[in-house]
Design a protein around this ligand. Sequence first.
Ligand SMILES: [Fe+2]
Ligand SMILES: [Fe+2]
Length: 192
Amino acid sequence: MTDYGLVTATREQWLDAVLADFNGFLFDHAANERKASAMAMTLVAHYPDKPDLVRSMIDLAMEELAHFRQVIGLIHRRGLTPPGDEKDPYVNALRRHLRPDPADYFLDRLLLAAIIEARGAERFGLIAGAVNDPELARFYDALATSEQGHHKHFIDQALAWFDDAVVAARFTEWASLESTILQSQPIRARLH
Ligand SMILES: [Fe+2]
Ligand SMILES: [Fe+2]
């Protein structure tokens, strides 16, 4: 039975870096929520022939957009203005492993999203456990639960369209890739 989990845990230095530049982290976090919403809507646009997927991705896009609104709210209440988007080397490195065959590409899109959600859930949980502000801790705890739900959502979609064994085998590959890519990235006050 595959648990569809991450292969490696985030290093402690990452949490130290985030806590040392929390405003910088918030800017990147906001951008990630906005991009997650846009990515879900890209799937809606690419697969209009899959009504279940379309409905579930619209719901997900709205949830991610609600997260974006919440994080932007936090940023504005701090009197801050986000800078322009930065590249996300982690996501870009992962995307290079999407396979071009249409069926493979569809499965990979779902599993790539699943693994990114799992990492987000893990890291939001770490933040929830480390911040001093109880309101902020509650916010990140709720986000961790939500992103964990998104992770499951993408796995369930993959299992709805592909054989269990195919999904499990390819997820194992993605989890291993993600671990290698994450560890090759410098530690920064960013989500990835
Ligand atoms: Fe989110
Ligand atoms: Fe998410």
